[in-house]
Write a protein that binds this ligand. Structure first.
Ligand code: 9MR
Length: 599
Protein backbone atom coordinates (compact mmCIF):
# COMPACT_ATOMS: atom_id res chain seq x y z
CA UNK A 1 0.00 0.00 0.00
CA UNK A 2 1.52 3.38 -0.92
CA UNK A 3 1.87 5.28 2.27
CA UNK A 4 3.64 8.52 1.65
CA UNK A 5 2.29 12.00 1.74
CA UNK A 6 4.17 12.76 -1.49
CA UNK A 7 2.25 10.05 -3.35
CA UNK A 8 -0.93 11.54 -2.00
CA UNK A 9 0.23 15.01 -2.97
CA UNK A 10 1.02 13.88 -6.49
CA UNK A 11 -2.39 12.23 -6.60
CA UNK A 12 -3.93 15.52 -5.61
CA UNK A 13 -2.07 17.45 -8.29
CA UNK A 14 -3.20 15.02 -10.97
CA UNK A 15 -6.70 15.15 -9.59
CA UNK A 16 -6.72 18.92 -9.73
CA UNK A 17 -5.48 18.95 -13.30
CA UNK A 18 -8.17 16.57 -14.43
CA UNK A 19 -11.03 17.76 -12.29
CA UNK A 20 -10.68 21.52 -11.89
CA UNK A 21 -10.06 22.69 -8.35
CA UNK A 22 -11.16 26.17 -9.13
CA UNK A 23 -14.52 25.73 -7.44
CA UNK A 24 -18.02 26.41 -8.58
CA UNK A 25 -17.47 29.67 -10.50
CA UNK A 26 -17.84 28.07 -13.87
CA UNK A 27 -18.67 30.33 -16.79
CA UNK A 28 -22.10 29.90 -18.30
CA UNK A 29 -21.87 27.77 -21.40
CA UNK A 30 -23.96 27.86 -24.49
CA UNK A 31 -23.97 24.17 -25.16
CA UNK A 32 -25.99 21.41 -23.57
CA UNK A 33 -23.06 19.04 -24.20
CA UNK A 34 -21.23 20.77 -21.37
CA UNK A 35 -21.47 19.71 -17.77
CA UNK A 36 -22.65 22.57 -15.58
CA UNK A 37 -22.31 22.90 -11.84
CA UNK A 38 -25.22 25.35 -11.78
CA UNK A 39 -27.84 22.60 -11.77
CA UNK A 40 -28.04 21.53 -8.15
CA UNK A 41 -29.64 18.18 -7.40
CA UNK A 42 -29.22 15.00 -5.44
CA UNK A 43 -26.25 13.59 -7.35
CA UNK A 44 -27.00 10.04 -6.27
CA UNK A 45 -30.61 10.03 -7.36
CA UNK A 46 -34.30 9.64 -6.70
CA UNK A 47 -36.95 7.06 -5.90
CA UNK A 48 -39.31 6.61 -8.86
CA UNK A 49 -42.49 7.77 -7.11
CA UNK A 50 -40.93 10.34 -4.77
CA UNK A 51 -40.52 14.12 -5.21
CA UNK A 52 -37.70 15.16 -7.58
CA UNK A 53 -36.40 18.69 -7.56
CA UNK A 54 -33.39 20.43 -9.05
CA UNK A 55 -32.41 24.02 -8.46
CA UNK A 56 -30.86 26.05 -11.25
CA UNK A 57 -28.52 28.52 -9.63
CA UNK A 58 -27.85 30.90 -12.49
CA UNK A 59 -29.28 33.84 -14.34
CA UNK A 60 -30.32 32.43 -17.64
CA UNK A 61 -33.02 33.18 -20.16
CA UNK A 62 -34.18 29.60 -20.61
CA UNK A 63 -37.59 28.82 -19.25
CA UNK A 64 -37.66 25.10 -19.91
CA UNK A 65 -35.71 22.11 -18.70
CA UNK A 66 -35.42 18.58 -20.05
CA UNK A 67 -34.65 15.16 -18.63
CA UNK A 68 -32.48 13.27 -21.09
CA UNK A 69 -30.45 10.13 -21.35
CA UNK A 70 -26.81 10.73 -20.33
CA UNK A 71 -25.71 10.62 -23.98
CA UNK A 72 -28.27 13.39 -24.64
CA UNK A 73 -29.82 11.51 -27.57
CA UNK A 74 -33.27 11.04 -26.07
CA UNK A 75 -35.50 13.56 -24.35
CA UNK A 76 -37.81 11.81 -21.93
CA UNK A 77 -39.45 14.63 -20.01
CA UNK A 78 -39.71 18.38 -20.21
CA UNK A 79 -40.95 20.97 -17.78
CA UNK A 80 -41.02 24.67 -17.04
CA UNK A 81 -38.60 26.35 -14.69
CA UNK A 82 -40.13 28.60 -12.06
CA UNK A 83 -39.43 32.31 -12.26
CA UNK A 84 -36.13 33.31 -10.71
CA UNK A 85 -36.14 34.16 -7.03
CA UNK A 86 -33.17 35.52 -5.12
CA UNK A 87 -31.41 33.06 -2.86
CA UNK A 88 -31.93 34.04 0.79
CA UNK A 89 -28.31 34.67 1.71
CA UNK A 90 -26.50 35.63 -1.49
CA UNK A 91 -29.32 37.09 -3.59
CA UNK A 92 -28.17 34.89 -6.45
CA UNK A 93 -31.05 33.96 -8.76
CA UNK A 94 -32.44 30.46 -8.36
CA UNK A 95 -35.08 28.64 -10.40
CA UNK A 96 -36.72 25.36 -9.58
CA UNK A 97 -37.12 22.39 -11.89
CA UNK A 98 -39.72 19.98 -10.54
CA UNK A 99 -39.67 16.65 -12.36
CA UNK A 100 -41.53 14.61 -9.77
CA UNK A 101 -43.96 13.48 -12.47
CA UNK A 102 -41.14 11.70 -14.30
CA UNK A 103 -41.05 8.17 -12.89
CA UNK A 104 -38.96 6.18 -15.40
CA UNK A 105 -36.08 4.24 -13.94
CA UNK A 106 -32.52 4.47 -15.24
CA UNK A 107 -29.65 6.96 -15.46
CA UNK A 108 -30.40 10.50 -16.59
CA UNK A 109 -29.24 14.09 -16.80
CA UNK A 110 -31.22 17.28 -16.48
CA UNK A 111 -30.61 19.80 -19.24
CA UNK A 112 -31.18 23.54 -19.25
CA UNK A 113 -30.60 25.03 -22.71
CA UNK A 114 -27.74 27.52 -22.85
CA UNK A 115 -26.49 26.30 -19.50
CA UNK A 116 -25.59 22.66 -20.00
CA UNK A 117 -26.43 19.35 -18.43
CA UNK A 118 -26.36 18.22 -14.83
CA UNK A 119 -24.39 15.43 -13.23
CA UNK A 120 -25.73 12.01 -14.10
CA UNK A 121 -28.19 10.71 -11.53
CA UNK A 122 -30.21 7.54 -11.07
CA UNK A 123 -33.93 6.98 -10.65
CA UNK A 124 -34.62 3.57 -9.15
CA UNK A 125 -35.78 1.55 -6.20
CA UNK A 126 -33.18 1.32 -3.40
CA UNK A 127 -31.36 4.27 -4.92
CA UNK A 128 -29.70 5.13 -1.58
CA UNK A 129 -28.94 1.57 -0.49
CA UNK A 130 -25.18 1.67 -1.16
CA UNK A 131 -24.93 5.11 0.40
CA UNK A 132 -26.61 3.77 3.54
CA UNK A 133 -24.14 0.90 3.72
CA UNK A 134 -21.18 3.20 3.21
CA UNK A 135 -22.37 5.69 5.84
CA UNK A 136 -22.42 2.90 8.41
CA UNK A 137 -19.27 1.20 7.18
CA UNK A 138 -17.42 4.47 7.79
CA UNK A 139 -17.42 3.50 11.49
CA UNK A 140 -15.41 0.41 10.66
CA UNK A 141 -12.76 2.70 9.15
CA UNK A 142 -12.75 4.72 12.38
CA UNK A 143 -11.91 1.71 14.56
CA UNK A 144 -9.03 2.24 16.95
CA UNK A 145 -6.69 -0.52 18.19
CA UNK A 146 -7.08 -2.85 15.24
CA UNK A 147 -5.71 -3.25 11.77
CA UNK A 148 -8.10 -2.99 8.85
CA UNK A 149 -7.27 -5.85 6.46
CA UNK A 150 -7.77 -5.45 2.74
CA UNK A 151 -10.48 -8.10 2.83
CA UNK A 152 -12.76 -5.63 4.62
CA UNK A 153 -11.17 -2.25 4.00
CA UNK A 154 -10.20 -2.64 0.34
CA UNK A 155 -7.66 -0.05 -0.73
CA UNK A 156 -8.14 1.80 2.56
CA UNK A 157 -6.57 -1.10 4.48
CA UNK A 158 -4.21 0.08 7.19
CA UNK A 159 -2.18 -1.00 10.19
CA UNK A 160 -3.59 -0.81 13.70
CA UNK A 161 -3.18 2.39 15.66
CA UNK A 162 -3.57 3.36 19.29
CA UNK A 163 -3.62 0.08 21.25
CA UNK A 164 -4.75 2.21 24.21
CA UNK A 165 -3.94 -0.62 26.61
CA UNK A 166 -1.57 1.61 28.57
CA UNK A 167 -3.44 4.81 29.17
CA UNK A 168 -2.55 7.12 32.07
CA UNK A 169 -4.96 8.64 34.55
CA UNK A 170 -4.49 12.39 34.12
CA UNK A 171 -3.96 14.51 37.21
CA UNK A 172 -7.42 16.04 36.67
CA UNK A 173 -8.94 12.58 37.13
CA UNK A 174 -6.85 11.37 40.08
CA UNK A 175 -8.57 9.57 42.98
CA UNK A 176 -7.25 7.66 45.97
CA UNK A 177 -7.73 4.37 44.18
CA UNK A 178 -6.34 5.68 40.91
CA UNK A 179 -3.74 8.37 41.58
CA UNK A 180 -2.33 10.42 38.69
CA UNK A 181 -0.21 8.24 36.45
CA UNK A 182 -2.12 5.03 37.19
CA UNK A 183 -2.14 2.91 34.07
CA UNK A 184 -5.46 1.60 32.79
CA UNK A 185 -6.48 -0.25 29.65
CA UNK A 186 -9.08 1.33 27.40
CA UNK A 187 -8.71 -0.15 23.92
CA UNK A 188 -11.05 -0.12 20.96
CA UNK A 189 -13.74 2.41 20.19
CA UNK A 190 -13.93 4.77 17.24
CA UNK A 191 -11.76 7.76 16.52
CA UNK A 192 -13.99 10.76 17.00
CA UNK A 193 -13.50 12.53 13.74
CA UNK A 194 -10.55 13.66 11.64
CA UNK A 195 -8.56 13.38 14.88
CA UNK A 196 -7.60 10.25 16.82
CA UNK A 197 -9.04 11.03 20.24
CA UNK A 198 -12.03 9.30 21.80
CA UNK A 199 -14.65 11.42 23.52
CA UNK A 200 -17.50 10.06 25.64
CA UNK A 201 -19.87 13.00 25.15
CA UNK A 202 -19.69 12.74 21.39
CA UNK A 203 -19.97 8.96 21.56
CA UNK A 204 -23.17 9.53 23.52
CA UNK A 205 -25.32 11.08 20.82
CA UNK A 206 -23.63 8.95 18.16
CA UNK A 207 -24.46 5.68 19.88
CA UNK A 208 -27.95 6.84 20.86
CA UNK A 209 -28.70 7.75 17.24
CA UNK A 210 -27.37 4.48 15.83
CA UNK A 211 -29.16 2.34 18.42
CA UNK A 212 -32.36 4.29 17.73
CA UNK A 213 -31.96 3.66 14.00
CA UNK A 214 -31.87 -0.03 14.85
CA UNK A 215 -34.83 0.17 17.21
CA UNK A 216 -36.91 2.02 14.61
CA UNK A 217 -35.94 -0.08 11.57
CA UNK A 218 -34.74 -3.49 12.79
CA UNK A 219 -35.79 -5.40 9.65
CA UNK A 220 -33.80 -3.02 7.43
CA UNK A 221 -30.64 -3.50 9.47
CA UNK A 222 -31.10 -7.25 9.74
CA UNK A 223 -30.81 -7.34 5.95
CA UNK A 224 -27.82 -5.04 5.67
CA UNK A 225 -24.41 -6.52 4.91
CA UNK A 226 -21.34 -4.37 5.49
CA UNK A 227 -18.45 -6.77 4.98
CA UNK A 228 -16.92 -6.20 8.40
CA UNK A 229 -15.11 -8.95 10.35
CA UNK A 230 -18.27 -9.84 12.29
CA UNK A 231 -20.58 -9.90 9.25
CA UNK A 232 -21.08 -13.61 9.35
CA UNK A 233 -22.40 -13.89 12.89
CA UNK A 234 -26.10 -13.91 13.77
CA UNK A 235 -26.12 -10.27 14.76
CA UNK A 236 -27.00 -7.34 12.46
CA UNK A 237 -23.83 -5.58 11.31
CA UNK A 238 -24.99 -2.32 12.85
CA UNK A 239 -25.01 -3.92 16.30
CA UNK A 240 -21.62 -5.54 15.71
CA UNK A 241 -20.16 -2.18 14.72
CA UNK A 242 -21.81 -0.34 17.62
CA UNK A 243 -20.42 -2.96 19.99
CA UNK A 244 -16.89 -1.94 19.00
CA UNK A 245 -17.49 1.43 20.60
CA UNK A 246 -19.75 0.16 23.38
CA UNK A 247 -17.01 -2.07 24.79
CA UNK A 248 -14.62 0.85 24.78
CA UNK A 249 -17.15 3.05 26.56
CA UNK A 250 -17.48 0.45 29.32
CA UNK A 251 -13.76 0.79 30.02
CA UNK A 252 -14.18 4.54 30.57
CA UNK A 253 -16.18 4.05 33.75
CA UNK A 254 -14.29 4.17 37.03
CA UNK A 255 -15.31 0.90 38.70
CA UNK A 256 -14.77 2.46 42.10
CA UNK A 257 -17.58 5.00 41.86
CA UNK A 258 -19.45 4.72 38.53
CA UNK A 259 -18.26 8.10 37.20
CA UNK A 260 -17.11 8.27 33.58
CA UNK A 261 -13.99 9.97 32.25
CA UNK A 262 -14.80 12.77 29.85
CA UNK A 263 -12.37 11.59 27.18
CA UNK A 264 -9.33 9.53 26.27
CA UNK A 265 -6.91 11.84 24.57
CA UNK A 266 -3.45 13.03 23.63
CA UNK A 267 -2.45 16.35 25.16
CA UNK A 268 -2.34 17.79 21.62
CA UNK A 269 -3.80 16.88 18.26
CA UNK A 270 -1.63 14.54 16.18
CA UNK A 271 -0.09 15.65 12.91
CA UNK A 272 -1.71 14.52 9.67
CA UNK A 273 -0.29 10.99 9.98
CA UNK A 274 -1.68 7.47 9.87
CA UNK A 275 -2.96 6.03 13.17
CA UNK A 276 -0.02 3.62 13.44
CA UNK A 277 2.37 6.58 13.34
CA UNK A 278 0.71 8.44 16.20
CA UNK A 279 2.32 6.94 19.26
CA UNK A 280 2.12 9.62 21.92
CA UNK A 281 1.10 9.14 25.55
CA UNK A 282 -2.67 9.09 26.08
CA UNK A 283 -4.69 10.04 29.13
CA UNK A 284 -8.14 9.71 30.58
CA UNK A 285 -9.17 13.06 32.02
CA UNK A 286 -11.61 14.33 34.63
CA UNK A 287 -14.99 12.64 35.04
CA UNK A 288 -17.88 14.88 34.09
CA UNK A 289 -21.64 14.96 34.58
CA UNK A 290 -22.33 15.18 30.84
CA UNK A 291 -20.11 12.21 30.00
CA UNK A 292 -21.52 10.14 32.84
CA UNK A 293 -25.16 10.82 31.95
CA UNK A 294 -24.60 10.27 28.22
CA UNK A 295 -22.93 7.00 29.16
CA UNK A 296 -25.88 6.08 31.40
CA UNK A 297 -28.33 6.74 28.56
CA UNK A 298 -26.36 4.74 25.99
CA UNK A 299 -25.83 1.79 28.34
CA UNK A 300 -29.52 1.70 29.29
CA UNK A 301 -30.57 1.72 25.66
CA UNK A 302 -27.91 -0.85 24.75
CA UNK A 303 -29.09 -3.16 27.54
CA UNK A 304 -32.55 -3.52 26.00
CA UNK A 305 -31.24 -3.78 22.43
CA UNK A 306 -28.53 -6.37 23.08
CA UNK A 307 -30.84 -8.39 25.34
CA UNK A 308 -32.36 -9.66 22.09
CA UNK A 309 -28.93 -11.11 21.30
CA UNK A 310 -28.21 -12.71 24.66
CA UNK A 311 -27.04 -15.95 23.01
CA UNK A 312 -24.40 -14.12 20.97
CA UNK A 313 -23.26 -11.89 23.85
CA UNK A 314 -24.04 -13.63 27.14
CA UNK A 315 -24.24 -11.21 30.04
CA UNK A 316 -23.70 -8.09 27.94
CA UNK A 317 -27.18 -6.66 28.47
CA UNK A 318 -26.92 -7.07 32.23
CA UNK A 319 -23.45 -5.53 32.31
CA UNK A 320 -24.72 -2.52 30.39
CA UNK A 321 -27.60 -2.02 32.78
CA UNK A 322 -25.40 -2.29 35.85
CA UNK A 323 -22.99 0.20 34.31
CA UNK A 324 -25.86 2.54 33.48
CA UNK A 325 -27.34 2.46 36.96
CA UNK A 326 -24.04 3.11 38.68
CA UNK A 327 -23.31 5.99 36.29
CA UNK A 328 -26.72 7.44 37.11
CA UNK A 329 -25.93 7.22 40.84
CA UNK A 330 -22.65 9.07 40.32
CA UNK A 331 -24.41 11.79 38.35
CA UNK A 332 -27.05 12.21 41.06
CA UNK A 333 -24.24 12.76 43.54
CA UNK A 334 -22.28 15.00 41.14
CA UNK A 335 -25.00 16.83 39.22
CA UNK A 336 -22.92 19.79 38.12
CA UNK A 337 -19.38 18.78 37.12
CA UNK A 338 -18.52 20.52 33.86
CA UNK A 339 -15.38 19.70 31.92
CA UNK A 340 -13.71 23.10 31.74
CA UNK A 341 -10.52 22.54 29.83
CA UNK A 342 -9.02 26.00 30.12
CA UNK A 343 -9.51 26.04 33.87
CA UNK A 344 -8.10 22.53 34.24
CA UNK A 345 -5.08 23.48 32.17
CA UNK A 346 -4.20 26.16 34.71
CA UNK A 347 -4.23 23.54 37.45
CA UNK A 348 -2.84 20.34 35.97
CA UNK A 349 -0.03 18.99 33.82
CA UNK A 350 0.12 18.20 31.04
CA UNK A 351 -2.23 20.78 29.55
CA UNK A 352 -4.76 19.24 27.17
CA UNK A 353 -5.66 21.03 23.94
CA UNK A 354 -7.88 18.55 22.10
CA UNK A 355 -11.67 18.80 21.61
CA UNK A 356 -13.39 19.99 24.77
CA UNK A 357 -17.01 19.01 24.24
CA UNK A 358 -17.46 21.31 27.20
CA UNK A 359 -21.16 21.30 27.94
CA UNK A 360 -22.17 23.18 31.08
CA UNK A 361 -25.93 22.62 31.19
CA UNK A 362 -27.11 19.15 32.12
CA UNK A 363 -30.90 19.17 32.34
CA UNK A 364 -31.13 17.57 28.89
CA UNK A 365 -28.61 14.85 29.75
CA UNK A 366 -30.61 14.07 32.90
CA UNK A 367 -33.81 13.83 30.82
CA UNK A 368 -32.24 11.54 28.24
CA UNK A 369 -30.60 9.22 30.79
CA UNK A 370 -33.73 9.06 32.94
CA UNK A 371 -35.89 8.27 29.91
CA UNK A 372 -33.64 5.45 28.71
CA UNK A 373 -33.30 3.98 32.20
CA UNK A 374 -37.02 4.20 32.73
CA UNK A 375 -37.81 2.50 29.40
CA UNK A 376 -35.32 -0.31 29.99
CA UNK A 377 -36.16 -0.98 33.65
CA UNK A 378 -39.82 0.14 33.75
CA UNK A 379 -38.92 1.54 37.13
CA UNK A 380 -41.06 4.65 37.77
CA UNK A 381 -38.34 6.02 40.02
CA UNK A 382 -36.37 7.06 36.93
CA UNK A 383 -39.37 8.66 35.32
CA UNK A 384 -40.04 10.68 38.44
CA UNK A 385 -36.40 11.69 38.87
CA UNK A 386 -36.56 14.51 36.31
CA UNK A 387 -38.87 17.15 34.95
CA UNK A 388 -39.33 15.92 31.38
CA UNK A 389 -40.71 19.25 30.19
CA UNK A 390 -38.70 22.01 31.87
CA UNK A 391 -39.78 24.53 29.22
CA UNK A 392 -41.53 24.71 25.86
CA UNK A 393 -38.30 24.46 23.85
CA UNK A 394 -37.63 21.68 21.37
CA UNK A 395 -33.89 21.92 20.73
CA UNK A 396 -32.58 20.01 17.73
CA UNK A 397 -30.25 17.24 18.92
CA UNK A 398 -26.53 17.84 18.88
CA UNK A 399 -23.66 16.66 21.10
CA UNK A 400 -24.52 19.18 23.81
CA UNK A 401 -28.29 18.92 23.49
CA UNK A 402 -29.85 15.49 23.89
CA UNK A 403 -33.29 16.21 25.33
CA UNK A 404 -35.13 15.08 22.20
CA UNK A 405 -33.34 11.74 22.17
CA UNK A 406 -35.32 11.03 25.34
CA UNK A 407 -38.58 12.15 23.73
CA UNK A 408 -37.93 10.02 20.64
CA UNK A 409 -37.33 6.95 22.81
CA UNK A 410 -40.45 7.55 24.91
CA UNK A 411 -42.56 7.90 21.77
CA UNK A 412 -41.01 4.76 20.27
CA UNK A 413 -41.83 2.72 23.37
CA UNK A 414 -45.17 4.35 24.15
CA UNK A 415 -46.97 1.03 23.96
CA UNK A 416 -44.95 -0.66 26.68
CA UNK A 417 -44.60 2.04 29.33
CA UNK A 418 -46.05 1.90 32.84
CA UNK A 419 -49.18 3.97 33.52
CA UNK A 420 -47.03 6.71 35.05
CA UNK A 421 -44.97 7.07 31.89
CA UNK A 422 -48.03 6.91 29.66
CA UNK A 423 -49.02 10.29 31.06
CA UNK A 424 -46.18 11.94 29.16
CA UNK A 425 -46.98 10.48 25.77
CA UNK A 426 -49.67 12.91 24.58
CA UNK A 427 -47.38 15.82 25.36
CA UNK A 428 -44.36 14.15 23.73
CA UNK A 429 -46.33 13.43 20.57
CA UNK A 430 -47.82 16.91 20.41
CA UNK A 431 -44.41 18.49 20.78
CA UNK A 432 -42.74 16.28 18.19
CA UNK A 433 -45.44 16.97 15.61
CA UNK A 434 -45.46 20.70 16.31
CA UNK A 435 -41.67 20.75 16.01
CA UNK A 436 -41.85 19.01 12.63
CA UNK A 437 -44.53 21.46 11.48
CA UNK A 438 -42.21 24.31 12.41
CA UNK A 439 -39.44 22.72 10.38
CA UNK A 440 -41.71 22.42 7.35
CA UNK A 441 -43.12 25.91 7.65
CA UNK A 442 -42.11 28.06 4.68
CA UNK A 443 -40.08 25.41 2.85
CA UNK A 444 -42.22 25.74 -0.28
CA UNK A 445 -40.97 29.29 -0.81
CA UNK A 446 -37.31 28.64 0.01
CA UNK A 447 -34.99 28.97 -2.95
CA UNK A 448 -33.59 25.44 -2.55
CA UNK A 449 -36.90 23.98 -1.28
CA UNK A 450 -35.09 22.18 1.54
CA UNK A 451 -35.93 22.17 5.23
CA UNK A 452 -32.25 22.80 5.84
CA UNK A 453 -31.13 26.40 5.51
CA UNK A 454 -34.20 28.42 6.39
CA UNK A 455 -32.09 30.37 8.82
CA UNK A 456 -28.43 31.25 9.07
CA UNK A 457 -28.44 29.47 12.43
CA UNK A 458 -28.56 26.17 10.56
CA UNK A 459 -25.03 26.78 9.27
CA UNK A 460 -23.14 25.93 12.43
CA UNK A 461 -20.13 23.68 12.92
CA UNK A 462 -21.17 20.35 11.45
CA UNK A 463 -24.18 21.86 9.65
CA UNK A 464 -24.57 18.68 7.62
CA UNK A 465 -25.66 17.01 10.84
CA UNK A 466 -28.22 19.77 11.37
CA UNK A 467 -29.76 18.75 8.04
CA UNK A 468 -29.66 15.07 8.97
CA UNK A 469 -31.02 15.64 12.49
CA UNK A 470 -33.85 17.77 11.11
CA UNK A 471 -34.58 14.80 8.86
CA UNK A 472 -34.79 12.50 11.87
CA UNK A 473 -37.14 14.91 13.67
CA UNK A 474 -39.41 14.92 10.62
CA UNK A 475 -39.34 11.15 10.45
CA UNK A 476 -40.37 10.93 14.10
CA UNK A 477 -43.41 13.04 13.21
CA UNK A 478 -44.06 10.80 10.22
CA UNK A 479 -44.12 7.73 12.44
CA UNK A 480 -46.60 9.47 14.76
CA UNK A 481 -48.83 11.20 12.23
CA UNK A 482 -48.33 9.14 9.03
CA UNK A 483 -48.49 12.26 6.85
CA UNK A 484 -46.20 11.97 3.84
CA UNK A 485 -45.29 15.64 4.00
CA UNK A 486 -42.94 14.80 6.88
CA UNK A 487 -41.17 12.06 4.93
CA UNK A 488 -40.88 14.40 1.93
CA UNK A 489 -39.32 17.05 4.19
CA UNK A 490 -36.77 14.52 5.42
CA UNK A 491 -36.00 13.54 1.84
CA UNK A 492 -35.44 17.21 0.93
CA UNK A 493 -32.64 17.30 3.47
CA UNK A 494 -31.02 14.17 2.07
CA UNK A 495 -31.18 15.95 -1.29
CA UNK A 496 -29.46 18.91 0.39
CA UNK A 497 -26.64 16.68 1.66
CA UNK A 498 -26.14 15.08 -1.74
CA UNK A 499 -25.95 18.24 -3.81
CA UNK A 500 -29.10 20.39 -3.73
CA UNK A 501 -27.40 23.16 -1.84
CA UNK A 502 -25.68 26.46 -2.43
CA UNK A 503 -22.20 24.92 -2.63
CA UNK A 504 -23.06 22.33 -5.27
CA UNK A 505 -21.19 19.62 -3.37
CA UNK A 506 -22.38 16.23 -2.27
CA UNK A 507 -21.04 16.23 1.29
CA UNK A 508 -20.59 12.44 1.43
CA UNK A 509 -17.20 11.13 0.33
CA UNK A 510 -17.45 8.75 -2.60
CA UNK A 511 -21.06 9.62 -3.48
CA UNK A 512 -22.08 11.83 -6.37
CA UNK A 513 -20.03 13.30 -9.20
CA UNK A 514 -18.94 16.31 -7.18
CA UNK A 515 -18.39 14.92 -3.71
CA UNK A 516 -16.16 16.08 -0.88
CA UNK A 517 -12.74 14.78 -1.88
CA UNK A 518 -10.37 16.35 0.60
CA UNK A 519 -11.87 16.01 4.08
CA UNK A 520 -9.92 17.04 7.16
CA UNK A 521 -9.56 13.38 8.09
CA UNK A 522 -6.12 12.16 9.01
CA UNK A 523 -6.20 8.71 7.36
CA UNK A 524 -7.65 10.18 4.16
CA UNK A 525 -4.87 12.76 4.05
CA UNK A 526 -2.00 10.46 5.03
CA UNK A 527 -2.76 7.13 3.36
CA UNK A 528 -1.48 7.97 -0.12
CA UNK A 529 -4.77 6.85 -1.65
CA UNK A 530 -6.33 9.33 -4.00
CA UNK A 531 -9.92 8.84 -2.87
CA UNK A 532 -10.81 9.66 0.71
CA UNK A 533 -12.22 6.96 2.95
CA UNK A 534 -15.77 6.52 1.61
CA UNK A 535 -19.10 7.18 3.30
CA UNK A 536 -17.89 10.04 5.50
CA UNK A 537 -20.17 13.04 5.92
CA UNK A 538 -18.29 16.33 5.76
CA UNK A 539 -19.35 18.78 8.46
CA UNK A 540 -20.12 21.13 5.60
CA UNK A 541 -20.91 24.81 5.40
CA UNK A 542 -19.93 26.63 8.57
CA UNK A 543 -20.92 30.26 8.85
CA UNK A 544 -20.69 30.32 12.65
CA UNK A 545 -16.96 29.68 12.87
CA UNK A 546 -16.23 32.41 10.32
CA UNK A 547 -13.45 30.46 8.59
CA UNK A 548 -11.42 30.20 11.79
CA UNK A 549 -9.22 27.54 10.16
CA UNK A 550 -7.92 30.37 7.93
CA UNK A 551 -7.86 28.17 4.85
CA UNK A 552 -7.18 30.33 1.83
CA UNK A 553 -9.43 28.33 -0.46
CA UNK A 554 -12.88 29.40 0.74
CA UNK A 555 -14.72 30.68 -2.33
CA UNK A 556 -17.40 32.72 -0.64
CA UNK A 557 -18.41 34.62 2.46
CA UNK A 558 -22.13 33.93 2.12
CA UNK A 559 -23.44 31.92 5.08
CA UNK A 560 -24.79 29.09 2.94
CA UNK A 561 -21.59 28.87 0.88
CA UNK A 562 -18.92 29.02 3.58
CA UNK A 563 -17.36 25.72 2.69
CA UNK A 564 -14.11 24.61 1.14
CA UNK A 565 -13.24 21.10 0.06
CA UNK A 566 -9.74 21.38 1.44
CA UNK A 567 -8.16 19.23 4.12
CA UNK A 568 -6.91 22.32 5.94
CA UNK A 569 -10.52 23.19 6.70
CA UNK A 570 -11.23 21.67 10.07
CA UNK A 571 -14.11 24.13 10.44
CA UNK A 572 -16.00 23.22 7.27
CA UNK A 573 -14.60 19.95 6.01
CA UNK A 574 -13.90 17.66 8.94
CA UNK A 575 -15.87 14.46 9.41
CA UNK A 576 -17.15 13.20 12.76
CA UNK A 577 -18.97 10.19 14.19
CA UNK A 578 -21.83 12.34 15.52
CA UNK A 579 -22.44 13.72 12.03
CA UNK A 580 -22.42 10.36 10.25
CA UNK A 581 -24.88 8.82 12.71
CA UNK A 582 -27.92 10.91 11.70
CA UNK A 583 -26.97 10.29 8.05
CA UNK A 584 -27.11 6.56 8.77
CA UNK A 585 -30.51 7.03 10.38
CA UNK A 586 -31.90 9.27 7.64
CA UNK A 587 -30.87 7.02 4.76
CA UNK A 588 -32.00 3.84 6.52
CA UNK A 589 -35.37 5.36 7.35
CA UNK A 590 -35.98 6.63 3.82
CA UNK A 591 -34.91 3.33 2.28
CA UNK A 592 -37.11 1.39 4.71
CA UNK A 593 -40.12 3.65 4.11
CA UNK A 594 -39.67 3.49 0.39
CA UNK A 595 -39.49 -0.28 0.51
CA UNK A 596 -42.85 -0.27 2.30
CA UNK A 597 -44.22 2.07 -0.41
CA UNK A 598 -44.65 4.85 2.12
CA UNK A 599 -42.51 7.33 0.26
O1 9MR B 1 -18.58 19.42 16.83
C1 9MR B 1 -17.80 20.31 17.61
C2 9MR B 1 -18.32 21.71 17.44
O2 9MR B 1 -19.64 21.82 17.92
C3 9MR B 1 -17.38 22.69 18.13
O3 9MR B 1 -17.81 24.00 17.84
C4 9MR B 1 -15.96 22.48 17.63
C5 9MR B 1 -14.96 23.42 18.27
O4 9MR B 1 -14.83 23.17 19.60
O5 9MR B 1 -15.56 21.14 17.89
C6 9MR B 1 -16.34 20.20 17.21
O6 9MR B 1 -15.92 18.92 17.54
C7 9MR B 1 -14.61 18.54 17.20
C8 9MR B 1 -13.96 18.03 18.47
O7 9MR B 1 -13.79 19.07 19.38
C9 9MR B 1 -12.66 17.31 18.21
N1 9MR B 1 -12.80 16.31 17.19
C10 9MR B 1 -13.30 16.85 15.95
C11 9MR B 1 -14.67 17.44 16.17
C12 9MR B 1 -15.29 17.89 14.86
O8 9MR B 1 -14.70 19.06 14.37
Amino acid sequence: MPNTTSAKFLGCILLCLSFSCSGPRQALVANEQELTDHIRLNQVGFYPEAPKIAVVAADNAASKFYVKTPDLTQTLFSGKLTDATPSEFSNKPTRVADFSAFTDTGRFVLVVPELGHSYTFGIRQEVHKELGEAALKSYYYQRASTDLPEKYAGKWCRAAGHPDNQVLVHASAATAARPAGTMISSPGGWYDAGDYNKYIVNSGITMGTLLSAYEDFPAYFRNQYLNIPESNNEVPDLLDEVLWNLRWMLTMQDPADGGVYHKLTNPNFDGMVMPSEANGVRYVVQKSTAATLDFAAVMAQASRVYRQYEAAFPGLADSCLVASESAWQWAKQHPDVAYEQDALNKQFDPAVHTGAYGDKEFSDEFIWAAAELYISTKNDRYYRAVNLFPDAKMPLPGWSQVRLLGYYSLARHAGVLTPVGQQAIPDVKKRLIAFADDLLHGVATQSYRTVMGKTEKDYIWGSSSVAANQGIALLQAYSLAADKKYAAGALSNLDYLLGRNATGYSFVTGYGQKPTRHPHHRPSVADGIEEPVPGLLSGGTNARAKQQDKCSTYQSDFPDEMYTDDDCSYASNETAINWNAPLVYLVAALEALHEKKEL
